[in-house]
Design a protein around this ligand. Structure first.
Ligand code: SF4
Length: 404
């Protein structure tokens, strides 16, 4: 199979990420890429993407290969004044050239045939050789000169793809919006991709890539990392639900299982302050609370007596709770009944958050490490109206020699 060769130029317009993502996808497709960057393009890469590619052309080329995790057989770099580069000649031109982002200065010089550097020369070669040239301007508003230059290039069969993301694929992040534009560039360049869900029908199942994944699930084959990432990035819950139901039915037939679940929301004091949350309180706000271990034990016992089979511990990300409190909370529920299933979605989030917030004091799950009972008690006293010197939890702590 003949390997396709692409030239990608990143010029000094804002939007260097378009160039980087395009380069990633070209390399991912197995094609060979020659990457060209103008002096202003390097400055924008540094400013917008924190990529400081400097040094000799060989050093810059090595940095690019390291960034994209490919070897030099896949990715070449030439300085913008290197007019001796093979791609400057029509006899060695790439199959397709993309300029993303394309500054209005570069666009104007390409439209005028004014080949002052390697990028402009390569674009000129693509036009004279009648090969695909794709330009991604990112300028707004556009003046008459910009529009005239674009029209001139479009009449010469260059593809003008302004960096204008659509919204029908329901982007949820800047990356989604960038990927839409990059996806349209790849479409034009004839590179397969799964960067966004296309217009038409329900998002996902009509898409080829989704359909291929669905086929795998239907055939009881495992999906690979890329496919899992694709599902994750495309936020298509309906499709994922459909695939999950398919796998579930195969495993469990049409049986449905129920359990009796009791939530224990140990605190409503939370650092997250999600906008939609009516539960959260600041520590000094009326209604703020934190259960001590006795309260958690009482609630778990009550739930067990009422027939609960599962305790679901959720609650806020308390700023001061030490890691040991979470361990004790788990132990307390486990002591109430070993048969109670403990569900801990928020709990794990709290633990992870705590491990960041309190590191380095929080370290591995070592049973030999003595918990920081003093900190537990301090937090308990500070926040919990229920804290009492006679609590059984305190007694237990004392018995362990933990409390001062
Ligand atoms: S309790 Fe949950 S939903 Fe509410 S602010 Fe905290 S993390 Fe967000």
């Amino acid at each position: 199979m003949r390997i396709r060769r692409f030239t990608l130029a990143i010029t000094g317009a804002s939007g260097a990420l378009y160039g980087l993502r395009t380069a990633e996808e070209i390399l991912k497709s197995g094609a060979h890429l020659t990457l060209l960057v103008t002096r202003a393009g390097f400055a924008v890469l540094k400013e917008e993407c924190s990529l400081d590619w400097h040094g000799s052309p060989a050093e810059i080329g090595a940095r690019m290969c390291s960034h994209f995790n490919v070897d030099q057989a896949k990715l070449a770099y030439h300085a913008e004044d290197d007019l001796y580069a093979p791609i400057a000649s029509g006899s060695a031109a790439a199959n397709t050239m993309i300029v993303a982002p394309c500054s209005m200065g570069s666009l104007s010089r390409i439209a005028g045939g004014n080949s002052g550097n390697l990028i402009e020369r390569c674009a000129d070669v693509m036009l004279k050789e009648k090969k695909p040239l794709i330009l991604v301007p990112r300028e707004t508003p556009l003046n008459e000169i910009h529009l005239e230059n674009m029209l001139k290039l479009a009449r010469m069969d260059a593809a003008i793809i302004p960096a204008m993301p659509a919204f029908y694929h329901h982007p949820r992040s800047v990356n989604d919006m960038v990927d839409f534009v990059v996806g349209r560039v790849l479409d034009m360049a004839g590179i397969e991709h799964s960067l966004f869900c296309r217009w038409g029908g329900r998002k996902g199942m009509t898409d080829d890539y989704h359909a291929a994944i669905a086929e795998k699930v239907r055939d009881n084959r495992r999906i690979d990392d890329d496919e899992a990432l694709f599902l994750f990035q495309h936020h298509d819950l309906l499709t994922i639900g459909e695939l999950a139901a398919m796998a579930n039915e195969r495993k469990n037939s049409r049986k449905v299982f129920f359990n009796v679940n009791r939530h224990i929301n140990h605190t409503n004091i939370c650092v997250n302050r999600c906008k939609f949350c009516a539960f959260v309180r600041a520590a000094d706000q009326p209604g703020a609370y934190l259960y001590d271990l006795d309260e958690i034990r009482n609630r778990a016992t009550e739930a067990l007596q009422q027939g609960a089979t599962e305790i679901h511990i959720v609650g806020g990300l308390h700023p001061d709770l030490p890691f040991d409190f979470y361990l004790e909370m788990l132990r307390t529920v486990r002591e109430v009944s070993p048969s109670l299933h403990i569900k801990h979605s928020q709990l794990w989030r709290s633990i992870i958050w705590q491990s960041f917030a309190t590191a380095p004091s929080v370290r591995p799950w070592s049973s030999s490490r003595r918990p920081d009972w003093a900190r537990c008690r301090a937090v308990e006293q500070r926040y919990s109206a229920k804290a009492s010197g006679n609590s059984s939890a305190r007694k237990k702590f004392r018995a362990k020699g933990g409390l001062p």
